[in-house]
Every structure is written in structure tokens, then in C-alpha cells.
Design a binder for this molecule. Sequence first.
Ligand code: NAD
Ligand code: UGA
Length: 466
Amino acid sequence: MKICCIGAGYVGGPTMAMIAKQCADIPVHVVDLNEQRIDAWNSDQLPIYEPGLDEVVREARGRNLTFSTQVDAAIAEADMIFISVNTPTKTFGIGAGRAANLEFVEKCARQIARVSSGHKIVVEKSTLPVRTAEAVKRILANASTNASFDVLSNPEFLAEGTAIQDLLAPDRVLIGGESQAAIQSLVDVYARWVKKDRILTTNLWSSELSKLTANAFLAQRVSSINSISALCEATGADVDEVARAIGTDSRIGPKFLKASVGFGGSCFQKDILNLVYLCEHFGLHEAAAYWDQVVIMNDYQKRRFASNMVKTMFNTVSDKQIGMLGWAFKKDTNDTRESAAIYVCRDLLLERTRVHVYDPQVSETQIRADLEYLLRDESGELSSYKKSLIDNVKVVPDAYAAAKDSHAIAVMTEWDEFKNLDYSKIYTNMPQPAFVFDGRNILDREKLSNIGFEVHAIGKSRPTVG
Ligand code: NAD
Ligand code: UGA
């Protein structure tokens, strides 16, 4: 058995590294078109930051784990080919802003069809709209060689920041397919380290749809608690207390009830929009509107955070400086895709604020690229005015530099290091009144208020000083 994976990203890299670690006798070849990314996978500076990943890669790389750009050769040699390429929201044409862009998946299927011979199992690892496997099968059926194929759906449920733990001990592995023999081949790979009762098998379409549905349900919980956070602020209820009170009901459960400045990440929004598009495609308008509301609520939460900052700071932040702590969409990752920080920063820049940003894992190049992308107009142009706004952003080397001379600090990512900063020292280096806007509810509000800060958090009324 030889495995190949097309796509060496946040999913392909860690997932294949885990398979290689657990199955020392199976050669695993991860390929990508992006030479720079592959070079990084072959270096000591991996392209993604993920706790525990270095150790797993170090153990398997050079033994049975290979990273290269030799896509054709890797496909030709493999018995099982995972497709783990990106499936972003379409930005053009039919379904723009909603449907998934399947261009990269289709190109992989065509490439597999072109270079394969003998029998191969093709595994959809990317998150895909339900019934994509039909298109993949049709493309593969037209292979010019004597090749034959089985197609499986094996969506990935890892979360960034905990990917290694999620891969080591998954709640479940899901495998959808038509051929029992093909399903069994993949079950045998996971069964090396995952208990059999955690490996679920279904038909192809249930597997594809379960992935979109799982993300939609998780995001829905965050939007639900965020909607309640707005009501808490208006009424004096405390959103963490409400979350604890409802989460102890075993029918509801405690997870994914942490109110925040809004969910980010490459998948929640993309997958819900895709679900909405699918519902509309099948004429299910009420179902589409229901899920659409999860994204609408998330946009509202991000906007609400920025506008609360402006309102609180005497309705003007122009030419004021704000220190932003965190840029990644959650802690323990360097991934910034759809991070709430980008949207809040955009809104502040449009108010002509100067923003000093610090994130322990995100580079200045990435921060600028994120803002340029968001501030471009529909034709993709970045006007000289918007460019001048981005010039008001300074990326600084630590949290103290971000706070120094800032009128307010805004916590955008729940990095642990932000909890234990010397806030007394920070306070003395800020103009008064000094504001704190905690978008993650990680700071000790009472302690900060006693130092002298005016503290605003999500779903909380302000503590009384004493
Ligand atoms: P990514 O953008 O980090 O990686 C995708 C990689 O595929 C890129 O490096 C790109 O260069 C490569 N690629 C694209 N077309 C190619 C081709 N024809 N040949 C070779 N390489 C090609 O994306 P990701 O975050 O790893 O996500 C991949 C898929 O997994 C998506 O469908 C996503 O929805 C899903 N997913 C992501 C996560 C996550 O936490 N990021 C979790 C579960 C599922
Ligand atoms: C999510 C899912 O959790 C994974 O199961 C799935 O595989 C993945 O999407 C995917 O398909 O890409 P991820 O986006 O990496 O994983 O991270 P999450 O932990 O789900 O967090 C998503 C966003 O929601 C983050 O911005 C996080 O800060 C926010 N969040 C999460 C909250 O605001 N409150 C919560 O209670 C939980």
C-alpha cells in the first residue's frame, strides 16, 4: 500500500504526517504545486504553526513521509490518493460569494485520470458540496489509460491549534463510499490507532453532507451565544454565567458556547455559505435563510465590536492609536483566514484610527496582505486612499509596544500570553482614560478595573470599581 496526498496545507500536512507516524510501513507522499510550501515542509521551519506537529513530522519525515512537488509521479505510484486541496468560496460568476470553488478539486481529478494506471482509490479529504463525488467519478471514468477507480469521502474534522490531538484521538473518523473493499482499505489504515467503534461508514452523500452540517452546527452555537451576548450587555446578565447555566444541561452541553468577537477561520463561513447555496439550488429557500442567519449574526458581532469601541471612546477614534492584541482567528495557530481581527481593524481604519498590531505567530506581511485583500474594491483594485489607511497600521514586536501610547487595547485572539501581562505597567504608558476591549473574555476585569482601566467585554456589564 502506498499513499499520496495532493495538497500540503493545514489539513494535508498534519493528517498525512499522522498517518505516516502511525503506519511506519506505508510510504506517504505529500505533494503540492506550491514549491515554497514544500520547501518549508522539508525544513525545520514548517509552513504552519500547530502545537506538537514538529515532533510528528520529525519522526516520520525521511522514513516513510515525503514532501515534494512531483505530483504526477506521486499519483502514478500510489494505491490510495487523498485530495486535500483548498475549496474556497467562489468570488466570481454563478454562485459568487456562496458556492464552493471546485476548480482545484476538478483539476486534481483530471490529473489523476491522466497519469493513473491499474486500480486506485481516490479519497475526498477536502470539504465538498454534497454530490461532488459524482463529478469526480465521471471525470475518472474518462481516464484515457486502463485505470479503474473507487471514490471515497473521508472529510476531516480537526480544528486548528489542536490538530495533533484531534488526529491522535478523533471523536470519529467518517468514511463514505460505495465499494466495501475500498472502504475497508481505508478503515484498515485508521484502525492502526483509532478504535473501531469510532470509525463510521456511510454512503458517499451522507459523508459529504455530514461535514458541511457539522461545521454549520458548531458555528450556529457560536452565533447563538453571540446573539445572547448582545442581550446580556443590554440587561446586566453575564454571558459566561448564562453559557455555564445552559451548558450544564446534558442535552445542550458546554462546548462552543464561548461568546467572542465573532468566529473566523477558513471553513465555518465558507461551509455555511455553501450549505445555503445548496439549499437554494434545491429550492429549499426557508432552509437556506435559516443557515444564512448564522453568518449574518457573525457579521453583526464583528461590526458591533468595532462600533462599541468607537461609541465608548467619545464617538471619535480618528487620529487615536489602538493596540490590537492578536490577529490569528484563534490561539495556537498562525492562520488568519476570516479572522475577526481583520474586520475590526478595517472598521477602525475607516474611522481613521492608527492601529498597532501584535500577534505572536502572524507575520507583518500576512497582516498587510489580509488588510489589502479586504480593502480592495470589486475589481480587485486598492485605491490610494485605502492604501493610505493601511499605512496607519504598524506591526510591533510585543504586546507592550502595541499598548504604549494607545488610547485603548483590543484583545482579538485568546493567546494565553495576553492573560498575564503586566497591566499596571501597560496602564502607566497609556493616555487616560485607558480603555480595554476584551473580544475574547480572557482578562481579569476586576483586576484591570482596579488598576484604573475602563474595561469592556463581550456580554458583560462593566464591573464596579472597589
Ligand atoms: P490550504 O489552502 O492550507 O491547502 C491547500 C493546498 O492545496 C495548497 O497548498 C495548494 O497549493 C494546494 N493545491 C491546490 N491545487 C493543487 C493541485 N492541483 N495540485 C497540487 N496542490 C494543489 O487548505 P486547507 O486549510 O488545508 O484545506 C483543505 C481542505 O480541507 C478544504 O476543503 C477545507 O475546507 C478542508 N478542511 C480544512 C480544515 C482546516 O482546519 N483548515 C479542517 C477540515 C477540513
Ligand atoms: C472548525 C471545526 O471545529 C473543525 O471540526 C473543522 O474540521 C474545521 O472547522 C474545518 O472544517 O476547517 P477551526 O475553524 O480550526 O475548526 O477552529 P474552531 O475551534 O472550530 O474555531 C472556529 C472559530 O470559532 C474561531 O474563530 C474560534 O475563536 C470561534 N469560537 C469557537 C468561538 O468564538 N467560540 C467558541 O465557543 C468556539
